[in-house]
Design a protein around this ligand. Structure first.
Ligand SMILES: Nc1nc2c(c(=O)[nH]1)N[C@H]1C(S)=C(S)[C@@H](COP(=O)(O)OP(=O)(O)OC[C@H]3O[C@@H](n4cnc5c(=O)[nH]c(N)nc54)[C@H](O)[C@@H]3O)O[C@H]1N2
Ligand SMILES: Nc1nc2c(c(=O)[nH]1)N[C@H]1C(S)=C(S)[C@@H](COP(=O)(O)OP(=O)(O)OC[C@H]3O[C@@H](n4cnc5c(=O)[nH]c(N)nc54)[C@H](O)[C@@H]3O)O[C@H]1N2
Ligand code: SF4
Ligand SMILES: [Mo]
Length: 865
């Protein structure tokens, strides 16, 4: 998945397409009326459907040598990408195993190693059969019959479902204009090259843009803070090393990073273990003593959530005031780190006069950012701040891996920029064993196998993603800065989008964005909500139309690594699509033909014919082969043919040298991709902005990293009413909301809120009690987990559980997004971890899952009574 690099407005291509489509209401009615659905220039095409869903083949239990073995990969936005090996009996997958070394070229059972490590699946991946064949699997199109959100649907034919959608789309576009449909496609399927969901490169954006009605969502929930920060500082988001380089570090500072739970690469843990074996010291800065901390016997520094930038400023103070910085590195590569590295133009710019060192030393505000100053804010003893700063400045090479959660905050970008300043002042950028992450994107994959041309990213307005509800509820009385409107180069600049419909493709965003109660109000105002997914989801419950999508076992594709890893995994169609499901690409192509006949259909999917909805295998193969031969073999120097790749199932790249971000900048003097060619601690872009309301940020952002107090935190007066700070990290047992309904995984965990033992005692709360958490935005009910491993004042509740409302609007499942706030940080970061709330024992009903039979038993082993 990518974030936007070059915003694209209407293109000459696009104008031409729209003219040829001439999508007036009349021409649309003509197209559809011609034949209950499909009768474009190419003639009538009959809709055909796959077979009915198949049951498990339990009997007779097939032996291994009776099964066919197919190499494929796991999917989704889970932090990694691993091989799954499907063992199938006829058209049913009866077992899943994983990489054991033998599937690659020159491979054999057990082959493993540093260069070409095995890609071994985690528990989630290995449980995939339960998702594939789950009771919640969506097998045919459905239309809503009850109120929105009531969850009442009836089965309809594809033709009925698509006719419903096309009519509404044309109505919305004609009545409310080109901003009327909101693209909420996300990363559920970003890591395939053909059947892709994504904000930028995805199939939905291309489809809605070409249709001529698309409001886009530009900020990413994961890491918008560090995306913007890395663009300002380094000029790119490719600031990541490959994981094997961590094995070379002497000091590993894991800042808000818990790879034992939250994956960031497939073999991270293995390489970190190698580092440990070689004597690397580990430090963890996190409100929780995590499993990563215990696995590496790390020095745990508990910190008040959202105060990281202050602690980092305290470290910088110690480094500067003891002259521990790498001054040679600073002088050569940095801009604005200190008075000596200020650009010549700086004094002319109101926001550009300050340098970082003088800010840290207190020259501008009379407040030196000493370790003692920092300690009062972040709660970490000053002596520990000094000790860590000393270790970091004196150990070479040292990796400060600044993960994303501490940036998923109010002013999260300041944390990310402050981290970059520390990495730079210690000279740990571009060096093996050092680290500039950040975003952490390492090796670059060829990621798109369908046309990625001038049509690829057309949009008519683009807003900060989690302001859609605010926009809908307040339209037209919304200021552009409230929704972070991306500037446009034409006369529509600043126009507030009139959103009347939403498409979800590869996203469960209704369940995953901030402030769900506000979303619930907003969605009632919409006229069209379409959910494309392979299972029923909590978002789907709020849709008007559910379209069944074939999973990655049921279509042909190639899998990409996540942010780390350098390999491709072939994903053949392992089984036929279940029920009546179709691929996203089939659905959009069919919709394009219905909306605009051959002109739209062919432009959207040039290799396909009118019958693609029924026959897609050869077309998909042609796209993939072209991608492999044109991009992978040609651009990436791969000598394996497409047919051989399909035979082996995986291609693992051997890199000439370990992949270290910015190595050439440091070693060969290649300029950084910033305007100045330097590491911009003072950002040229920010220093030269006068009217912030005209930028996508909307609000002022200092041009150097600074500590800014978040809206809510343990230091805020609001703690009188809501004394606990809630953070919501990512779950080990789910990929966000995916796998929530997997019974095998649920046996191993419970969605529960973690609380410090002393806090629990004060409140009379015991392990396993059911509690309610609330603030002004909502209320959720969950069991409680009492531990010393979480710092006082902090609660931890994992994101992604499937919401389950009672009649009073209380969430019985414990989804933290009923408590989160939809105010994004100026740079676009979702403030998921900026939440105050309260907690007490409750008699309210708790429901651990939609399927009560799959209730977890984990709590039985944890009760202390
Ligand atoms: N198993 C699993 N892995 C995943 C995912 C998943 O859903 N499941 N999702 C993937 C995706 S899309 C993403 S974006 C990444 C997210 O990756 P991260 O952002 O790194 O992960 P989180 O789990 O949110 O948080 C990591 C740690 O940060 C700590 N933390 C929270 N707030 C603060 C703070 O204010 N300060 C400090 N110092 N620490 C804090 C938490 O206690 C937690 O231990 O993970 C990816 N990997
Ligand atoms: N409180 C709190 N909330 C958070 C976070 C947090 O830290 N705290 N983290 C946020 C982050 S970083 C993220 S990335 C988001 C994730 O938010 P989402 O992306 O909404 O989460 P997923 O559960 O991964 O949903 C992806 C959906 O895509 C579907 N899908 C998978 N493959 C396909 C396909 O091929 N086609 C189609 N049409 N659908 C497919 C899946 O079935 C699933 O329903 O959550 C965010 N929410
Ligand atoms: S869920 Fe992610 S980490 Fe687990 S096996 Fe699948 S790809 Fe790998
Ligand atoms: Mo994410």
């Amino acid at each position: 998945m990518t974030t936007r690099d070059t915003p694209m407005s209407k293109t000459p291509h696009f104008e031409e397409l729209q003219q040829r489509l001439n999508l007036s209401r009349r021409s649309f009615l003509k197209t559809t009326a011609a034949g209950a659905g499909i009768a474009a220039a190419g003639g009538l095409v009959e809709l055909k459907f796959g077979k009915e869903a198949q049951a498990f083949a339990y009997e007779p239990y097939p032996l291994d040598n009776q099964l066919e073995t197919v190499v494929t990969s796991c999917a989704h936005n889970c932090g990694s990408r691993h091989m799954l090996v499907a063992h199938k009996w006829k058209d049913v997958i009866v077992r899943l195993s994983t990489d054991d070394g033998r599937y690659q070229r020159g491979g054999h059972f057990g082959k493993d190693g540093n260069e070409e490590p095995q890609l071994r699946a985690c528990l989630r991946g290995r449980s995939y059969r339960q998702r594939l064949y789950s009771a919640e699997r969506l097998l045919y199109p459905m239309l809503r019959v009850g109120e929105r959100g009531e969850g009442k649907f009836k089965r309809v034919s594809w033709d009925e479902a698509l006719t419903f959608i096309t009519k509404k789309m044309v109505h919305l576009k004609n009545t409310y204009g080109p901003t009327s449909i909101l693209d909420q496609s996300y990363a559920g399927a970003s890591y395939g090259v053909l059947h892709k969901s994504d904000q930028i490169e995805g199939l939905l954006g291309r489809f809605l843009g070409m249709f001529g009605a698309r409001t886009s969502s530009w900020s990413v929930p994961s890491y918008q803070a560090t995306t913007t920060s890395s663009r300002w500082t380094f000029g790119t988001i490719r600031d990541g090393n490959e994981d094997d380089t961590f094995a070379e570090s002497k000091l590993m500072i894991m800042w808000g990073w818990n790879p034992a739970y939250t994956f960031h690469g497939g073999n991270t843990f293995m390489y970190l273990r190698m580092a440990k074996q070689r004597g690397c010291k580990f430090v963890i800065i996190d409100p929780q003593y995590t499993d990563s901390a215990s696995a590496y016997d790390a020095w745990w520094i508990p910190i008040k959530p959202n105060t990281d930038a202050a602690m980092m400023a305290g470290m910088a103070h110690h480094i500067f005031s003891n002259n521990l910085q790498d001054q040679e590195f600073i002088d050569k590569f940095c801009m604005g780190m200190d008075a000596g590295t200020m650009p010549k133009w700086a004094p002319d710019s109101a926001n550009g006069r300050e340098n970082f060192k003088d800010y840290i030393l207190g020259k501008y505000d009379g407040e030196p950012k000493t370790p003692e100053w920092a300690s009062r804010i972040c709660g970490v003893p000053a002596k520990d701040i000094v000790k860590l700063a000393d270790m970091y400045a004196k150990t070479k090479p040292a990796a400060l891996k600044a993960s994303w959660a501490p940036g998923r905050n109010a002013y999260g970008e300041q944390y990310s920029r402050m981290a970059a300043a520390l990495q730079a002042m210690t000279g740990n950028i571009g060096k093996l064993g050092g680290c500039a992450e950040g975003v952490g994107k390492g090796w670059h994959a060829e990621a798109v196998a369908y046309p990625y041309d001038n049509y690829a990213n057309i949009w008519f307005q683009s807003i900060k993603s989690d302001r859609w509800a605010h926009c809908v509820l307040n339209y037209p009385n919304v200021k552009r800065e409230e929704i972070g409107l991306w500037p446009r180069q034409d006369d529509t600049d600043g126009q507030i989008p009139n959103i009347k419909g939403i498409f979800w493709q590869g996203s469960d965003w209704f369940n995953q964005l901030t402030n769900i109660n506000k979303e619930i109000q907003a969605i009632k105002k919409l006229e069209l909500v379409v959910c494309m997914d392979s299972t029923i989801t909590p978002s789907g419950i709020w849709a008007d139309v559910l379209l069944p999508v074939a999973t990655h076992f049921e279509r042909h594709d190639v899998a990409l690594p996540w942010y780390k890893g350098h390999y491709y995994i072939h994903r053949p169609k392992v089984i036929e699509p279940m029920g009546e499901s179709k691929t996203d690409f089939q659905i959009f192509t069919e919709l394009a033909y219905r909306l605009g006949g051959d002109v739209f259909g062919k432009a959207y999917n040039p290799k396909a014919n009118r019958d693609y909805f029924n026959v897609n295998d050869n077309v998909d193969e042609a796209y993939l082969r072209e991608w492999w031969e044109g991009k992978v073999m040609h651009h990436q120097g791969v000598d394996m043919s497409w047919d051989d790749f399909k035979k082996y199932g995986v291609y693992k790249f051997k890199l000439d040298r370990p992949h270290v971000a910015f190595q050439d900048q440091i070693e060969k003097g290649v300029p950084f991709q910033t305007p100045s060619g330097k590491i911009e601690i003072l950002s040229s872009e920010l220093a030269n902005i006068d009217d912030w309301t005209k930028t996508k940020y909307g609000y002022h952002i200092p041009s150097i990293p600074k500590w800014i107090e978040p809206w809510e935190s343990l230091n805020s007066p609001k703690t009188k009413k809501h004394p606990f700070h809630l953070i919501s990290p990512h779950p080990r047992w789910r990929t966000h909301s995916i796998f929530n309904n997997c019974a095998w995984l649920r046996e191993t965990y419970e969605q529960e809120v973690t609380i410090n033992a002393a806090d629990a005692k004060k409140l009379g709360i015991k392990m396993g009690d059911i509690v309610e958490l609330w603030n002004d935005r909502g209320k959720v009910v969950v069991p409680v987990y009492v531990t010393e491993r979480c710092m006082p004042g902090v609660l931890v509740l994992h994101e992604g559980v499937w919401m389950d409302l009672d009649k009073n609007g209380v969430d019985r499942a414990g989804n933290p997004d009923f408590l989160t706030l939809d105010n994004p940080s100026p740079a676009g970061a979702f403030a998921y971890n900026t939440v105050l709330c309260n907690i007490q024992k409750t008699d309210l009903e708790h429901r651990p899952g939609w399927d009560k039979l799959s209730t977890s038993r984990a709590h039985i082993f944890r009760r202390d009574d």
